[in-house]
Design a protein around this ligand. Sequence first.
Ligand code: UD1
Length: 417
Amino acid sequence: MDRIIIQGGTRLSGDVKISGAKNAALPILASALLADGANTYQNVPCLKDIESMKQLMIHLGARVENNDDTYQIDATGLNNFEAPYDLVRKMRASILVLGPLVARLGRARVSLPGGCAIGARPINLHLEALGRMGADIDIRHGYVEASADRLTGGEIYLDIPTVTGTENIMMAAVLADGNTVIRNAAREPEIVALADVLKQMGANIVGEGTSVISIKGVSSLTPVLVSIIPDRIEAGTFLTAGFLTGDNLNITGCQPGHLSAVIDKLRQAGAVIEVHSDKMSIKRTEKIKSTDLTTMPYPGFPTDMQAQFMVLMSIADGMSIISETVFENRFIHVSELKRMGADIEISGNTAMVRGVDYLSGAPVMATDLRASASLILAGLVARGETVVNRVYHLDRGYDAIEKKFAALGAKIFREKV
Ligand code: UD1
């Protein structure tokens, strides 16, 4: 498996363009299953997870063509209702085909995603909601089997504002009979992006971006041409890199409005960030102030930025408390950061980070996407050489990250192993 080698300590400068958002692209590509005809999606990031979704769509009978960042998906030939274990185990977000398949074919058989490094990650809320919309749900041989002649709208209260759960319910509800109301819905920008696409396809949705989403089912949808929104987590990762080691870093093609909590926290930590409509600039400030943090669903501070923020705090002036409330086990980067000299103690869902003078390069490994990104950041600011092993997870969610950092002046390269 490839590894990334970094000589730390160079100052980054210049412009970096943010790619399309993985977490917006995945549900939007899955939404192609809801209509006959060719959909066109632009600004799709080049990622392993997107490739996995492409393979899944082809497996289900859709025709998929792509040229650079533009994808065409035509699900007229949709003839298979099964998402097999081999595809789902590579990418949990494969569960996003469950809602569209039941809505379109009245039937779905989707391998249950297992737990993963960051927690058990059940899908009970997806299944309960589909059940309330009239689907019969069984779990057999490791698969969810769902069927319904026609889904009916219903009142759905989510115990937790699950992101992919909200998306699955939205995609099931747009073709259901009658009205569906999702209460305590997720409010992430990716939910709004999906709603925008579904509305362009002819769906009737109001309230996206708030915690109550109302959907009036329609009998059919039509294909669309849309562009994927920029990736707020990639933008936040580069913003953090700029604070750590930037000499005037410009992050372009982003939507700063999606990053308010991140920008606010970085400013509390002493960052000077200039925000424009689709661009942000940041440079390293000599002292990073210790700042406490609690991850929350949007509009709170994203769990997907927690590991990157911890790198900052590991060389901050003083002690900070980082609490992870979204996933139960999302501190797997801590032991690797400690190997680079960080002083971090974990107690339950809280990490106590005492800032040290510097991190030192080391061979490290991560088993989660954002943890891998945090190790790249740590390597960029550390003294000496860092080797990030097993970059498979990084490639799932960051489009050419080492090339983007190299273009900003970092000494970073990929080695095929
Ligand atoms: C999505 C994002 C992921 C991000 C996460 C939280 C995608 C493809 N992935 O993941 O990058 O880290 O949101 O912002 O968009 N839960 C249940 N039962 C359920 C569903 C969820 O208990 O049926 C729990 C989860 O275990 C977790 C919490 O709810 O503790 C939030 O998870 P959820 O919002 O569902 O995350 P994902 O949609 O999987």
